[in-house]
Design a protein around this ligand. Structure first.
Ligand code: NDP
Length: 433
């Protein structure tokens, strides 16, 4: 922490992984001897840059851009870009660190990276978002490449932003942005089912986890925080598998709809109208909006945090447990605080960490890269089937390592060990780099 002052989120992510790995250290002395932990927790490169752009009032605005290439041990840096006013180096470093293990878990050849800016797309016109994206890419493009660094979307970066970033990359390099960005529009090198992948993947993981207790999503009441890309497709898949989503949210508050949330309304509000979730209660009889409230107080069987980091704390976990919630599945990155995880585990609730449960998004990004390289376009069903198989495999790996070290049902441990071992092997094989 002396080397990374005030990087509390990054320290939280590193501490969680390192504490998990303790039982391994005794058994595999190589980890210490090769300074694997020291090397794995120091980013290979961190790029920060000024992004100057002109708003609709002809004023010059200045934001800060970031791209952290944390580990290329398993492949080119891969991870999304986040545009949100809370973005700072700490946020990008924690996300990039998590990404290393998540990407390793997918079994595909991708390293860990993450980027973004403190730019807030909310309330900006299309023209402003475009000019910002163009200025951002003008600074970032020299560092990208299909074998080097391949960004994607995250909070605040969806198909619109990836389109503008791709356009500027093409303008500057005279090359199609095919191999250097994922999450592209279908028809412009994007993969079918990429938009759905993170949310669907989290639910596939949940289904695998419930199956270990001879249970399923059928008839389960679920709450999903957020109403963005991950949340919407997580909610859709829950319904497809027989569950019911009774609450969703955004940073303003939560909607509760005991009859089951109408996802067409939410999708239209969020993907088309870019409106607030509050508007849902005006359109759907029997639903209610709760200003400033999180979704964890509504009684449910399964909770899916799909908005942002540290959004589910110990008090929220207690409320979930008081209502007999049986599982928490992270669609977002690090949404559950360490004390909340400890509480859930103590009461034997199933807990799926994001680095395992939300790996479906980056997995399909890697499948997008494969399709681009082979000049192919796979069908939705083909991609979805691969996604489901990848999530089942990640689940199997987590269970294998949890059982091997006599920590049944400890998915945090299983995911950290499974993700770490492959990266550690690669780091060792490269010699001192
Ligand atoms: P979106 O921008 O599409 O949606 C984010 C949602 O979370 C919005 O509803 C937003 O509400 C809410 N939110 C954001 N910040 C806060 C906050 N500080 N407090 C409360 N609510 C907040 O992002 P994504 O759905 O893409 O990402 C959500 C999470 O999933 C993130 O943790 C991301 O890192 C993770 N993730 C995303 C992947 C992807 O493929 N997109 C892949 C793997 C992980 P509002 O509109 O009010 O801000």
């Amino acid at each position: 922490s002396e080397r990374n002052p005030a990087q509390t989120l990054f320290m939280q992510a590193v501490t969680e992984v390192f504490e998990s790995l303790e039982p391994l250290l005794a058994e595999i002395p190589d980890i210490q001897a090769n300074a694997i932990l020291e090397r794995i927790s120091e980013p290979e490169r961190q790029i920060m840059f000024r992004v100057a752009w002109v708003d609709d009032q002809d004023r010059i605005q200045v934001n800060r851009g970031y791209r952290v290439g944390f580990s290329s041990a398993l492949g080119p840096y891969k991870g999304g870009m986040r545009f949100h006013p809370t973005v700072k180096l700490d946020v990008i470093k924690f996300l990039a660190f998590e990404q290393i293990f998540k990407n390793s878990l997918t079994g595909l050849g991708i390293g860990g990276g993450k980027g973004g800016s403190d730019f807030d797309p909310k309330g900006k016109s299309d023209g402003e978002v475009m000019r910002f994206c163009q200025a951002f890419m003008s600074e970032l493009y020299p560092y990208l490449g299909e074998g080097t660094d391949v960004p994607a979307g995250d909070i605040g970066v969806g198909a619109r932003e990836i389109g503008y970033l791709s356009g500027q990359y093409k303008r500057l390099t005279k090359r199609f942005a095919q191999g250097v960005l994922t999450g592209k529009q279908v028809g412009l090198g994007g993969s079918l089912a990429r938009k759905e992948a993170t949310g669907y993947g989290a639910v596939y993981f949940a289904a695998e986890m419930l199956a270990t207790r001879n249970d399923s999503l059928e008839g389960k009441n679920c709450v999903v925080s957020g109403s963005g890309n991950v949340a919407i497709y997580c909610a859709r898949k829950i319904c497809e598998l027989g569950g019911k989503v009774i609450a969703m949210s955004d940073s303003g508050g939560s909607i509760h709809d005991p009859a089951g949330i109408d996802l067409d309304i939410v999708t239209s509000l969020k993907e088309v109208e870019r409106a607030r979730i509050q508007e849902y209660s005006n359109r759907r009889h029997g639903s209610k909006y709760f200003e400033g409230q999180k979704v964890w107080n509504f009684p449910c069987d399964i909770a899916f945090p799909c908005a942002t980091q540290n959004e589910l704390n110990a008090e929220d976990a207690k409320s979930l447990l008081d209502n007999d919630c049986i599982a928490v599945v992270e669609g977002a990155n690090m949404p559950t605080t360490p004390d909340a995880i400890a509480l859930l585990r103590k009461k034997d609730a199933l807990f799926a960490p994001g680095k395992a449960a939300n790996a479906g998004g980056v997995a399909v990004s890697a499948l997008e890269m494969q399709q681009n390289a082979a000049l192919q376009n796979w069908s939705f069903a083909q991609v979805d089937e691969r996604l489901n198989a990848i999530m089942a495999h990640i689940h199997k790996d987590c269970v294998f390592y949890a059982n091997k070290y006599r920590r049944p049902d400890d998915y945090v441990f299983g995911a950290n060990v499974a993700g770490f071992l492959k990266v550690a092997e690669a780091v060792k094989s490269y010699g001192v780099t």
